[in-house]
Design a protein around this ligand. Structure first.
Ligand SMILES: [Zn+2]
Length: 145
């Protein structure tokens, strides 16, 4: 499966990842479907309220509730969640697996790095040993990268 990421959303995630370093940044993904493919058109940046934000993330519940309400009102659904890995690769951790609440949500992970973070997308998959299946992340024109 493929997922398209708009440039504005990528840039927001990259900037928030750098800004939060050495803690984890996090937020939500919004968009829709185009020809059966999820398209992430925007990303929000939430306060990370985890007790140990340098290796955990927890989206501010107030942000989550406000976003759910907005999604209902605008009809633009929450497609998933994103967070950063300040040290490490953009692959889901055991904590991430335990943190899955909605099996349909995409998980975008940004591994901090220079000159830019490395982004990767995943979707929960209980049949996979890691609990996730990687997705092909494309730009808004449908090209890899
Ligand atoms: Zn993680």
């Amino acid at each position: 499966m493929q997922v398209l990421l708009a440039r504005a959303a990528r840039e927001r995630i990259e900037a928030a990842t750098a800004e939060a370093y050495p803690c984890e940044a996090c937020g939500l993904l919004f968009g829709g479907q185009v020809r059966g493919r999820p398209v992430i058109t925007s990303a929000s940046v939430a306060r990370n309220v985890a007790a140990e934000p340098w290796h955990r993330f927890e989206i501010d519940p107030a942000h989550l509730f406000a976003s759910q309400r907005e999604a209902r009102e605008t009809g633009a659904p929450i497609l998933g969640v994103w967070h950063s890995h300040p040290h490490g690769r953009p692959i889901p951790s055991a904590e991430d697996r335990a943190g899955v609440t909605d099996p349909a949500w995409l998980w975008l992970i940004a591994a901090a790095g220079r000159p830019r973070p490395t982004l990767a997308a995943h979707v929960p998959d209980p049949s996979s040993p890691t609990g996730f299946r990687p997705l092909l992340l494309l730009d808004e024109a449908g090209h890899p990268g």
